[in-house]
Design a protein. Structure first.
Length: 309
């Protein structure tokens, strides 16, 4: 983490195609060393935004700077700072992972075998790198794509919907890995997704976009914090009965029972009081978890829409 200049700056980035505004005056900064999410429902303009950042399509209006370099006027220098996978990484399935990396390394100058070994270790593919790609899981292919995007030592890694098609274990793997990159290597990661739950787990900060417009930027620390009013889950015996009692005592808490317990919106200091009450009333308390406000709540509040998954 560093307090230096932002690695990516968007100012009024706009794309109009055939009279339709697809991305509408988008402005935000990404500081170095964070995992930054671009979150929005399908069709929000995430891919179009990423394509403008990576220079795959032109902007109608606005500017993008990578490491202070304007993408329009200093394109080649700006691109050296960036590695990215837009859409699915193209790999040759009948070649090994290693052969693929050798192939892609020829597109850059001066990538040594040692550097290749470094990125292979970094993405944890050491044991399988000489297997054919057709025998890789989707998660492994995704990691090979990341190795490819990282080989020329970019400062900014951009991944468009990298978790598409991954199973929960694969998503977890990718997430842990991206967080490690940001933390240990100081690489900044920009990742897009239409899935709130993933962004919540993966990102330090999220920009929410809808119909091409920025609707809010959310610090993940702010909403997962357990102090202040938050969602709290109690796993107890006789959940319906317990929820009824607590709901009467705390009408503001919107207590909701299910088969194994209940959830309530509570102030931090109310939690120990409720545990005491439950125990006194003879309920068995199996677990209490303060989950903070979810990004979903926040997302709905910001967009006022239910267009999420
Ligand atoms: N080349 C294009 N011509 C016309 N409309 C486009 C073009 N590319 C994207 N769009 C439209 O722009 C909107 C945003 O698309 P996209 O950036 O792919 O969204 P996301 O990646 O968030 O799902 C969609 O409504 C899409 O249909
Ligand atoms: Mg997209």
């Amino acid at each position: 983490m560093s307090n230096s200049a932002p690695i990516l700056e968007l100012r009024n980035v706009t794309k109009r195609i055939g009279g339709k505004t697809i991305v509408d005056h988008l402005s935000f900064d990404i500081p170095q060393g964070v995992v930054f999410g671009l979150l929005g429902p399908n069709g929000a303009g995430k891919t179009t935004t990423i394509r403008m950042i990576t220079g795959l399509i032109s902007m109608t209006e606005g500017s993008v700077k990578i490491g202070g370099l304007d993408v329009n006027s200093r394109f080649e220098d700006a691109m050296k700072l960036m590695g990215g996978i837009v859409e699915n990484p193209e790999m040759y399935k009948y070649l090994t992972g290693y052969q693929n990396l050798i192939h892609f390394s020829r597109m850059h100058e001066g990538i040594s075998k040692d550097r290749l070994k470094e990125v292979i270790d970094l993405v944890g593919l050491g044991n399988r790198i000489h297997d054919k790609v057709k025998r890789y899981s989707l998660g492994m292919r995704q990691r090979l794509g990341v190795a490819q995007a990282l080989m020329h030592r970019p400062k900014l890694l951009i991944l468009d919907e990298p978790t598409n098609g991954l199973d929960p274990a694969g998503i977890r793997e990718l997430r842990d890995y991206l967080r490690r990159l940001a933390r240990e290597e100081g690489i900044t990661v920009l990742v897009s997704s239409h899935l709130l739950s993933e962004m919540e787990l993966m990102c330090d900060r999220v920009a929410v976009i809808q119909t091409g417009k920025l609707v809010g930027i959310q610090e993940m620390g702010d909403i997962t914090r357990a102090d202040g009013a938050g969602h709290v889950r109690f796993d107890i015996s006789r959940p319906v009965e317990g929820a009824e009692i607590i709901g009467r005592l705390y009408p503001e808490a919107k207590v909701l029972a299910d088969t194994s317990g209940f959830e309530a919106i509570l102030e931090r200091e109310e939690i120990p009081v409720i545990i005491e009450q439950l125990v006194k009333e003879g309920f068995r308390v199996y677990g209490v978890k303060a989950s903070g406000r979810s990004l979903e709540d926040k997302f709905l509040e910001m967009t006022g829409s239910g267009q999420i998954e």
